[in-house]
Design a protein around this ligand. Structure first.
Ligand code: GCO
Ligand code: MG
Length: 400
């Protein structure tokens, strides 16, 4: 086969489960040879699609599809300004598609291209949530019976709700939160959870950057006796330096990263061993190429991976995470969102969950496809994002 070049680059936007997903399809000069990559930024779908089709496509068509590293570097600096979520997601879609193509050309699953399996399957964690303790406890029992041992425990997701009587009349609409009430309730929650489930189950919790730094410090210390597997997003990326103080005062394992786009947001956290798990949303980083470099960098400092794996990652993105996980020795855990029947129809070849593990298939590339006709039946919608309009009791906007 001579040089295989890029013939077309398209963004396919679809919402089979009502969550906007963006997948880039790179078609090549070789008939029938194409790759798929995840570019999902659920709240700016149109913007990512525009970057892919109006800017990256003209840059890429006609170029050698085998030159993944060169093309990643070219795309990353092509707009001069870089390291933002919209351009990174667009670059990720192309990058992952090129890895998919390379696997298909080599006749190998991508995990083989990355060094081969470190394990037969990938350990996962699932989200358990409930409006109250009994509802949460019932979910956890069901997961444990199904062989899932790592569980993220929340009551009322990330806290917050309607404005209270303490909010000044006439305040703006939004998701109102009392961080101190949330922090006190969280400590009480894990005391009850450990009393009911003991210490065999591995519990995580996601603070979702919703408390002030000193409250975060106090919360991490108060949770220490309950031996969490990790405590996530204690601080917003803007307050990352507070992790230096946190590390000196508590042994609660720290996980952070889903909001990171720029290497300068995480390099000091890893190089100074201030965190235990890096939680990046791999398309937000720019794809598999930067993610595999980040995994290797983290290994040097004893930091483990725990890639972001919520509902707003496409099954292609989940597959890319799983292939990277399989070939990564410093894998910590993989966040998993069960794939619905509808999603599995639109994306044939999804990774499969069996008990507490995820299995990739062994087909070349990522082993996953996209039924474009079916995908077109689930168009994306673009309403104003509501849940991120989070406010304190007094009406002040806070990080969501
Ligand atoms: C997680 C994340 C998600 C995000 C969501 C934003 O740990 O999985 O915090 O729940 O809130 O991906 O769209
Ligand atoms: Mg999170």
């Amino acid at each position: 086969m001579g040089t295989v070049t890029i013939r077309d680059v398209r963004a396919i936007c679809t919402a089979p489960d009502g969550i906007n997903l963006t997948v880039v399809k790179v078609e090549t000069s070789e008939p029938g040879l194409y790759g798929l990559g995840c570019a999902t930024f659920a709240y700016r779908t149109k913007a990512v699609r525009c970057v892919v089709e109006e800017y990256l496509k003209p840059l890429l068509v006609g170029r050698d599809a085998s030159r993944i590293e060169d093309l990643w570097q070219l795309m990353n600096v092509n707009a001069y300004w870089r390291n933002g979520p919209i351009s990174n997601n667009a670059v990720s879609g192309v990058d992952q598609a090129l890895w998919d193509i390379k696997g298909k050309m080599a006749g190998m699953p991508v995990y083989e291209l990355l060094g081969g399996k470190c394990r037969e399957a990938v350990p996962l964690y699932l989200h358990a949530d409930g409006r109250d303790f009994p509802a949460l406890s019932e979910k956890i029992h069901a997961y444990l019976e199904a062989g899932v041992r790592y569980i993220r425990c929340q009551i009322g997701t990330y806290g917050g709700g309607k404005m209270s009587a303490a909010t000044p009349p006439g305040s703006q609409p939004g998701m109102y939160l009392d961080p101190d009430q949330y922090a006190r309730a969280t400590v009480a929650l894990f005391e009850k959870l450990r009393a009911e489930f003991g210490f065999e189950a591995e519990f995580c919790h996601d603070v979702h950057e919703r408390v002030q730094p000193v409250e975060a410090l106090r919360l991490a210390k108060q949770l220490e006796p309950y031996r969490l597997f990790f405590l996530e997003d204690l601080l917003s990326p803007e307050q990352g330096d507070w992790y230096r103080l946190l590390r000196q005062q508590t042994a609660t394992p720290i996980a952070v990263g889903e909001l990171f786009n720029n290497p300068k947001e995480f390099d000091f956290l890893i190089a100074n061993r201030l965190i235990d798990f890096i939680r990046c949303h791999t398309s937000q980083l720019g794809g598999l190429t930067p993610a595999r470099k980040l995994a290797a960098f983290a290994e040097v400092f004893g930091v483990r991976t725990a890639w972001h794996g919520p509902g707003d990652v496409s099954p292609v993105g989940h597959a890319a995470n799983i292939h990277l996980d399989l070939a990564t020795s410093n894998l910590g855990i993989q966040e998993w969102t069960p794939i619905s029947e509808t999603l599995a129809e639109v994306f044939p070849g999804c990774p499969v969950q069996k008990g507490g593990y995820i299995y990739a298939n062994d087909r070349p590339g990522f082993g996953i496809d996209l039924d474009e006709k079916l995908a077109a039946k689930y168009p994306c919608e673009h309403p104003v994002t509501q849940w991120t309009q989070t406010r304190l009791v007094d009406g002040t906007v806070i990080h969501p």
